[in-house]
Design a protein. Sequence first.
Lengths: 686, 245
Amino acid sequence: MEELVSAVIRGFPQGCVYALVAVGFVLTYKTSGVFNLAFGAQAFVSAALYWRLHTDPEGWQWPIVPAAFVSVVIAAPLLGFVLDRALYRHLRTASPVAKLVTSLGLLVALPEIAKIVLDMPPQAYGTEGIVPDGRVVYRFGDYALNRDDIVTIVVVILAVAVLSALFRFTALGLRMRAVVESPRMTELAGVNADRVGSISWMLSSFFAGVAGVLLAPLFPYLGADQYFQLVVTAVAAAVLAGLSSLPVALVGGLALSVVSQVMVTYPPQDSFVRQVLGPALPFVVLFGVLVFMPSLQRRREATDPLAGVDPPPPALAADERSRALTIGTYVFGAVVGLGFFWWVLTVANSYWLARFTEAVIYAVIFCSITVITGMTGQVSLCQPAFAAIGAFTTAQLVTRYDMSVLAAMVIGALLAALTGGLLSIPALRLGGIFLALATLAFALFFERVLVKEEWVGGGASLMDVPRPTIGPWDFGDDRAFFVLCTVVLVVVGTLVIFVRGGTTGRYLDALRGSEVAAAAIGINPARLRITAFALSAAIAGVGGGLIAMFSERFGQANYDARFSVFFGLVWTVIVVSIGSRTVEGAIQAGAAFILFPLVILQRFLPWLLNLVLPWHVESLPTGLTFILFGLGAITYAKHPEGSVEFGKRRSLNAVQRWIDRLGRGSVDTPPDTVEPAVSLPTGSER
Amino acid sequence: MAAAEPDSAAAPLLELRGVEAGYGPFRALFGVSFALARGRVLALLGSNGAGKTTVARVCSGLIVPTAGSVWLDGTDFTGRPAHEYACAGVVHAPEGRSVFATLTVEENLALTFGRSRGRAGTGAALEEAYAMFPRLGERRRQVAGTLSGGEQRMLALARVLVEKPRLLVADELSLGLAPIVVDDVYRILATIRDAGTTLLIVEQHVHHALGIADDAIVLAHGEIAFDGPVSELGDLHERVLGGDP
């Protein structure tokens, strides 16, 4: 019994940390309608600034008060203001998924921008909090709390009280909630929606800043990944609160930590609860809440009654290309593709051969995102977990049962498909952000629990994975293996193209447009979604198997560098910013993921800069990759087909118009300015 | 800008000059001009897709015209945000269930009244609204999204009718209401007209609207087909509504 009490008390400070983040999360959702996974990134920006101003031994060594004032009271709301002005103001009427993707882009880009601007070392040690002598410990009987803990507890309780009062009693709180639901109607009530939105973002960003600086001492070093981990853990408490109740978020955060603490101390040493369930509790709870909480399932996204006022989303630029141009682009693509293929096979040294092989494998994996995001319009954040299932299965089957490596890869893909299908069944009714969250919960569960199990990750030692042989052909040679990967890519790409063009693809298009309307014309949304998930998971599994072969020795130790949860976000961001609708986009994304930092950032751009700049540039920071693709994903709401894809289509259309002009020798009206004779039906008739 | 603008006393309350507007690449209005004098009631008629709702949205600032201008009381309001129109006394009752579904009935009302009446006046305004629609009073703590369709219309109406605006733009008020309630609504409209509010009524069901209107405008394909007193309308609206003119 005493042990129990002690566990409860020990869980309390950690619970307040979760609660603080969960409250901030709920606050952002309530005031902006954005499921802001970038909350941790915003917190990191303030914490990094504070570190630079105050803690850094070689930095400016400001005293606590001015450093905290600048980083929390000035910088954090300013960041919120800038985000609102530059981004979220234009997204108020966008879909929740578009907002989520935007926050993913920020999550990837913001910390890198902060690191470059503040010139942060890779790992900033010796983080100190905002509290003077925060590590001073107070003893209450047998229990000890340090000053940081106490301040965190006070801040979170105070924050819940003040914010609840704001929402309950003030006009501003009411207006913030109104703007989230319908900025237009709020405007009609005479309220300046833009100003209210800015205040909302400044408030929630300020809160992120407080959390960032306050929680910094918890971490061994200051890194955006630390905050990200904290945020995804706290998400469970936020969802438990239905994303709306601040007090429930507080209680949920506390309960989560205390129960988890009890689970890892109370039951016997090697029990399932202590070993598996305790550490994984937040993700199990998150998944459970998403699947079983009726209010989340029944929750219809409250739609803006005046949504019709906004222009309809821009359609994909029409393909009105002449035959010549179409053939021209195909020939161009084929020449470039075959050119690279030839170059890699004959000229490239082993380093570049390996990089190109990796790029091809990632292109295979990214085809799975083409299926899930491009075709069904859903965001899945657990693609790395599916790929890891493929990789681990391949390695395990080959090592343990001496199976042919290609057969093992196929079984791995099937297993991944099974997992994907099973995972999608409970998540069927969830859509949009909640489905994305469920996949995130699974990815975290996989990472924190399953990978560490020997039957999944294969224990501490690496497993040997041979390169395959088919009959007379031996793919042991690196060049031969490159050819094999290319063949797999061609097969997978063709499969995706056929599925997209076939019945399933049409059904998925219908489903993406409107699930209700699709069901009304006899499409079974459940079966279709399971199929799409399974197909996507299988493709990721194939890619994972190829990675295991590529690595030659694979095991738990490779997991973090290849398949960690963070990659799930990065992959989605890259594919979405380049083009999630087409296989071509997936291939370019694969190339970009591997080759962009090496070729563009370390070689091409420095060379270009050295031509013009008076001083010498060795290479550009690799963080730029994240920044560029993060910023690319931010445009998702405007260009759901991907900003690179958008640019490509636009320039092709420009070429087409140029060809037309040449052909006819006169200047025509461009086709897209033809005015419809009859107006668009008014918005409310949809 | 224009040099010789009439002073505000003589200027019409609302004037549209050569307004063209649309949604993205779609054009809905092609040069719509009309003026609405203070205290008058104007019925805006036309078939589906004629551009009635778009005109209403332009009048309340929801849509910024791509060409032409919108004048309120002799002041050019073109391009100003919608909340400035609202503060200038233009109240727009949008068509459909235009309520905040996640807010309670009382919060829906308080949002509007808080701006126009201030914190002190909100309570009185709420009582006024509940007196007008007793059903809303019974459900004041209920989330608006869970009201029935008719009740949501009542809520939307209560918001705009209690305001006693200078100009009320009412878009398809009768849509989805029981006939008996429609009669009530038009009775209330008559009261607030008598209290000095200028009305712009958008209706597909013309008979109610023509019963209260002084003037009428018939829109067809985004252009004005008729503009004049109701008495001169004749059977034009039937021809317009019946099909292509």
